[in-house]
Design a protein around this ligand. Structure first.
Ligand code: DQA
Length: 149
């Protein structure tokens, strides 16, 4: 039996991972990230779905769908929408499961406009600066939190 379902959401420009500013974001592709996450999820008896979009509304629609399909947790890297999107915050506020926010880079070491996150107002945990390993840390937190529930 599945331990639960987790949704991984990737915001704008993350489809370019591996070739986009690799000195900041590294050389792993988004498929590498998702495949490694799915492997860890399956090993732990979880179902993992992932979705990337460059469009705010599509990310919001995915969060709405997660409210209805039994998803227990969302791991989200909202990318630039982190710093701008009240709409994504509102959608996450309407989701009852756990929310973990991931940033590949250490946003606090970068431009000041990256220091504020709307999504952090809702997130149960925030991981920044661990590279793509941050997604693995978030998934470990999801699995452990459910184990303790
Ligand atoms: C990012 C940081 C954001 O400021 C930026 O807009 C991104 C990626 C990160 O993963 O480090 O696109 O969320």
């Amino acid at each position: 039996m599945s331990q639960g379902k987790v949704l991984v959401l990737h915001g704008p420009n993350l489809n370019l991972l591996g070739t986009r500013q690799p000195e900041i974001y590294g050389y792993e592709t988004l498929d590498d990230v998702d495949n490694a996450l799915r492997e860890k999820a399956v090993l732990n008896g979880w179902e993992l779905n992932s979705f990337q979009s460059n469009h705010e509304g599509e990310l919001i629609d995915a969060i709405h769908a997660a409210r209805l399909d039994g998803t227990l947790a969302i791991i989200i890297n909202p990318a630039a929408y982190t710093h701008t999107s009240v709409a994504i915050l509102d959608a996450l506020n309407a989701f009852e499961g756990r929310v973990f926010e991931v940033h590949i880079s250490n946003v606090h070491q970068r431009e000041s406009f990256r220091h504020h996150s709307y999504v952090s107002l809702r997130a149960d945990g925030v991981i920044a600066g661990l590279g793509t390993q941050g997604y693995q840390a978030a998934l470990a937190a999801v699995i452990e939190a459910q184990r303790q529930a």
